[in-house]
Structures are given as C-alpha cells and as structure tokens.
Design a protein around this ligand. Sequence first.
Ligand SMILES: Cc1cc2nc3c(=O)[nH]c(=O)nc-3n(C[C@H](O)[C@H](O)[C@H](O)COP(=O)(O)OP(=O)(O)OC[C@H]3O[C@@H](n4cnc5c(N)ncnc54)[C@H](O)[C@@H]3O)c2cc1C
Length: 384
Amino acid sequence: MTETYDAIVVGAGSVGVPTAMALAAQGVRTLVIDRHVSPGQGENKHALGGTRATHSVPGKILVCLRSLEIFSTWEETYGDPIDWVKGGYLFPAYGAEEEKVLKEILPVQRQSGLNIDYISPEEVQEILPGIRAEGLRGGSYSPDDGNASPLLAINAFYRRAVAEGAVFHFGERVTAILTRDDRVEGVATERGKYHAPVVIDTAGPFSPSLCANLGEELPILPELHEAGITEPVRPFFKCLVVDLRSGPGSKNDYFCQNNRGQVIFSLAPDPPEIGLNKRSTSSFLPLVSARMVDMMPRLKNLRVRRTWRGIYPVSPDGAPIVGWDQKVEGLLHATAMCGQGFMLGPGMGELLSRMVTGKTTERDAVILKEFSPRRRFESHEALK
Ligand SMILES: Cc1cc2nc3c(=O)[nH]c(=O)nc-3n(C[C@H](O)[C@H](O)[C@H](O)COP(=O)(O)OP(=O)(O)OC[C@H]3O[C@@H](n4cnc5c(N)ncnc54)[C@H](O)[C@@H]3O)c2cc1C
C-alpha cells in the first residue's frame, strides 16, 4: 500500500529537519526522506556552527533573528544541550573599504531589528584580546549572534520533530518527484512510492539533480569550502570573528572558539572551487593559519586536530532560493543556502511551515521576495 502524507520533505539536513519539526508542530502529517543513515550527514555536519543575523539584506536578517531566538532558548525550553555560545559576531576592519562597507550597511541592519554597532579599535581589542592593533580601524559587533554545535542541534531538532509526529526514512534515496498534469503527487525512491500534495526540496547541493526530471533548472553551483578544528584550550575569546580582508588564494576567513574550548575555522577560497570532491587539501591549512595568525598572533600556539571539506550550494547572488516551483504546483524549494544553512535553518523551517499551511505574514512576504526563485539574481550581499 502506498503511504500518504500531507507533505514530504526531501533531505534531513540543516533545513529539512527544522522544517519537519515546524510542520509536525502545526499538525501537518510529514515524511522526511534522506539517503544517509541519520540526520545531518549531508552538509550540516560540515558547518562550524556560526549563527548570525548579521547580514546586509533584510530577508536573511529576519530569518536568522528567528533562528537565533530558537537556538538561544533551546536548552532551557527543551533540555537538550546544543552547545550554544552567545559571543556575538565581530567584523574587524583594517582597510578603509571594509570600514565603509560595514558602516554603510548599518542602517538596513538596524531597520531590520539587528542589535549591532560600529565600535572603536579599543573596544574591538577588549572583545578580542590579542588581535593585531596595528592598522585596526574598529569593526562592527553584534552581541546577540553566537555559535552552536550543528550535530547536537540537528539531533535535538530531529528528536523534537519525531515527538511532534514527523516520520523519518533514512538510508533511502529519492529518485524522482512524481507529478501529474504539472501537480506534485509524491516521490519515488529506491524502495517505493509515497504520496503527498506538497513536496519540499531541501536537498542542498543535490536540488538540481533532484528536480532534473521536471525540467526545472535551479541556478545552483556546488562551491567547495574547507574547515578545521584545534585541540581544546581554556576559553580566551567568545565572539565569532570574520576577517573580510582578501588575500592571495582567499576572499575572507572566520573562526570562533566553541564551548568545549576548540577553535574552529574556515576560509573562502578565491577563486571559488567548484565541484563535489570532498577530499581535504594540503593547501588549506597553511593558507588559513597564516591569515589567522596574522590577525591574532597568539593563535600560533594552537595544535590543529583535523580539517575537512564540504559544499556550499550557491546561487548567483548569494541568497537562498525559496519559493513554490514555477512549473510544478505543490513543489516548494528551500535550497542554495550559500554557506549559511545552519543559521537559517530553524527560522526557515517555520517560514516553510507557514507557506504550506497558508499562514504567511507581511514580514514573510519581504523575505520571500528576496529569496524568490523568480528574482533576477543581480543583487549583491556585502557580507557573503
Ligand atoms: C566548511 C563549512 C563551514 C560551514 N559553516 C557554517 C556556519 O558556520 N554556519 C552556517 O549557517 N552554515 C555553515 N555552513 C553551511 C551549512 O553547512 C549548509 O548551508 C547547510 O548544511 C545546508 O543545509 P541544507 O539543508 O540545504 O543541506 P544539507 O544539510 O546538506 O541537507 C541536504 C540533505 O538532503 C539529502 N539528499 C539530497 N538529495 C537527496 C535525495 N535524492 N534523496 C534523499 N536525500 C537526499 C542529503 O543526504 C542531505 O542530508 C558551512 C559549510 C561548510 C562546507
């Protein structure tokens, strides 16, 4: 007998799991299918866990403000630890250009409800003791941002989704989205067929192949990014630091100390590396450590435990693609998280649940316009 649901979510990742949690909480009978054996085994587990509402465009700010509320109150509400650290995000500026960009976006950030300020070099040094003072021109600081453990968080969301009644099928690959007369009917997997009037594509880098049988072309490229983690040491800073200076081979880097004392770090390669090869490289560690030690010399004393490589599915303008499919009724895309899917996930899950139940708000309309699959992809996100 074919199983029937109200909604099927393809992908138990950073977006799919909180979406299932939000849908099930609204009484929507939800099935989640993932080809991996447990939640978060796609790109979620590659994330550092940085969670910020500090973006340059309103839609992302609004979604992430809601995510931050969920992350920061999770443990007291549900009891599961997710290693949340409220340390803020710090964007130090050494060049006039970075200072200008950071100051120019303050009005839109504040109008969208973000708690942020441009602070003096002395204040930056207080927040990040040991930062190189020479040439420092201050920076922007948003104290309510933070970081959390991607694996602890997704498992906490997964348990909550199951408690609300969502059904999960792991180790099962969706091979086709089933349609009739341009309407979704469900999905086919290697094991069988499942029916639902709504299918949500949260397949991350695999959204283009998932939707290929429908002729829908999603403008997403798989960009490879590496990260690393050190041994644990006594806490010596709390904020997540983003170094916006570009250099040979890299566009920017970012790092934080998690609540177990380990420093986690990543870098944006320049030019971007496109592909699906997740083997880590020998060039990443020398490049990122030179950058980090230049900004914060005391980091040279840390020993690195391991590095890894994952994929950012990116859209041409650096914003997610979220909205109902242009050709197939009932197909909802929530993909191309552009390296920010962990922080967007919980807020995005609630937004998607409102779309499915027809309860979107005026605030949602602002977000959905920015993330529309039908937009021209011409704008530019300053903090990408
Ligand atoms: C090095 C690195 C550092 C990062 N740091 C951060 C950070 O600090 N903060 C942040 O917010 N983000 C960060 N990210 C980005 C974050 O990891 C991703 O944006 C996020 O995980 C994407 O979520 P998603 O749900 O779209 O995809 P995923 O989490 O990858 O989930 C997609 C799921 O779909 C499943 N799937 C795909 N196709 C099928 C199919 N046909 N059938 C069944 N299942 C399928 C996959 O198995 C996968 O589990 C980082 C990424 C990398 C690589």
